[in-house]
Design a protein around this ligand. Structure first.
Ligand SMILES: Cc1cc2nc3c(=O)[nH]c(=O)nc-3n(C[C@H](O)[C@H](O)[C@H](O)COP(=O)(O)OP(=O)(O)OC[C@H]3O[C@@H](n4cnc5c(N)ncnc54)[C@H](O)[C@@H]3O)c2cc1C
Length: 287
């Protein structure tokens, strides 16, 4: 429970942070809320020799509208997402899912940037960001680039971040005003990671699904989009037979790990149930 020795750095600018991370190389890691990194260090699953704390850098926090998008600074905490009226109004699914992360203590420190950059299949935000069509702004020694959330996740704890790069902001297109949404998360107890979770954003027209995106959390080594399942429900009223077919199509792409949250078959089965529930609840909320 005691981490290995490390040096602590607290740069005041993004440029200094990038320079430090590039110079120190593989032995250095950015530190955000520390609620994934520090437990990993205490378990000696991560042994960075240098921590580059991002808290001293101005401009990495905040939530603002930018045309038809909402831009969220990477160091914005999960608590700040929950307190934001803009998020509650324009991205209610983000509000709903942030409230299902851990407990208030974790949410006071944990950041959205750390949640999406971490690469843990159990994190709730990555599948949600893919469902919402979000993109990430990355700044590193080679300059600034943008990458779609759908292209960011490469494997458990492997992302498209290059050495020295910092995720600085997340840009999320505003969903249609009349959209329906739901984040359904099964967990063993309050404060736990998902045994299985599904995010749905859809629109309805004349009682039928007009558009639909489905994201899956902790049902594969990366977050997933269940594209076949989503296409299957378009043009339907979400009757029982369609829900069953969509859940089966989503289950077909799930390959969860067998762990303390249950064996593979169980987690896949409840994953299908989360998909069906999220579809129904999203449809009931669509205007
Ligand atoms: C008891 C407990 C329960 C939890 N339950 C859940 C849960 O149900 N759902 C959930 O989603 N999460 C859960 N978490 C994790 C929590 O949400 C973390 O806060 C989050 O995963 C990481 O955010 P952080 O700001 O703490 O990042 P840190 O722990 O500081 O960093 C995580 C990783 O991301 C890297 N990193 C951080 N910020 C950046 C950046 N801006 N650019 C590049 N790399 C960066 C770090 O180097 C590190 O590798 C739980 C944590 C605890 C302790």
């Amino acid at each position: 429970m005691i981490p290995g020795p490390f040096s602590y750095h607290r740069p005041a600018t993004l440029a200094d942070a990038v320079k430090l991370l590039s110079t120190l190389g593989d032995d250095a890691r950015p530190l955000a809320g520390g609620h994934s990194l520090i437990p990993m260090m205490k378990l000696r699953l991560a042994t960075p020799e240098h921590l580059v704390d991002l808290h001293g850098i101005e401009g990495l926090k905040g939530i603002r509208y930018d045309g038809n998008k909402i831009v969220i600074g990477a160091m914005t905490t999960q608590h700040e997402l929950l307190a934001s009226e803009d998020i509650a109004k324009s991205l209610p699914i983000l509000h709903e899912s942030a409230a299902l992360i851990a407990d208030p203590q974790v949410r006071y420190r944990g950041t959205i940037g750390g949640n999406v950059a971490n690469g843990d299949p159990g994190n709730d935000m990555p599948a949600l960001m893919m469902t919402l069509g979000a993109s990430y702004r990355l700044e590193g020694p080679a300059g600034v680039r943008k990458i779609a959330a759908t292209e960011f996740y490469q494997g458990a704890y492997f992302t498209a971040l290059e050495p020295g790069e910092i995720l600085t902001a997340i840009s999320i297109p505003l969903p249609a005003a009349a959209h329906g949404y739901a984040y359904e998360k099964l967990k063993r107890k309050v404060g736990d990671y998902a045994t299985a979770a599904a995010a749905v954003v859809l629109t309805m027209a004349s009682g039928k699904v007009a558009s639909c995106v489905i994201g899956l959390t902790n049902l594969h080594e990366t977050p997933l989009l269940a594209t076949d399942a989503a296409n299957m429900v378009i043009g339907t009223t979400l009757d029982a037979a369609t829900l069953k077919k969509a859940a089966a199509a989503a289950e077909a792409i799930m390959s969860p790990a067998a762990d303390a949250r249950g064996p593979i078959e169980y987690r896949r089965h409840v994953g299908g149930i989360m998909v069906a529930r999220a579809l129904q609840r999203a449809a009931s909320r669509a205007k």
